[in-house]
Ligand binder design. Sequence first.
Ligand SMILES: [Fe+2]
Ligand SMILES: [Fe+2]
Length: 134
Amino acid sequence: MAEYLKWKDTLEIGDDANDAAHRLMLQLANTFMDKLAQGQSEKILHGILEHLIDISKEHFRAEEISLKKQLDHDSFAHHRSEHIRLIDEMRMLDNGFAASKLGVEDVLPFFKEWIFDHIEKLDMKTDGPNKSDT
Ligand SMILES: [Fe+2]
Ligand SMILES: [Fe+2]
């Protein structure tokens, strides 16, 4: 399978559950792009995105439980609103990719922003096992 998004050290938070969830999200994004490039049916592609949305929602929920204990009100509200935006965007992609005839080159930047930026800019600051002590 083509590895459009490659896991890298800068994504490693150091918390096993969160790292595993992030890796799974990245893997599903790769699977989606791979099947998209192969011209697989809309049904298969929708199924992958639904799975990605489900595991992302589950991960965000778990993450928010620990974030709530670590962050002040504003930072928590901001992080949570980013999770909501990410799910909304994924739903828009799910509803629109077929009609818009999107290809891998269109969705790759989206997934990069969606997965890499969020983890590196927000999760990284707060999710580490030792971060709650600081
Ligand atoms: Fe997050
Ligand atoms: Fe996360």
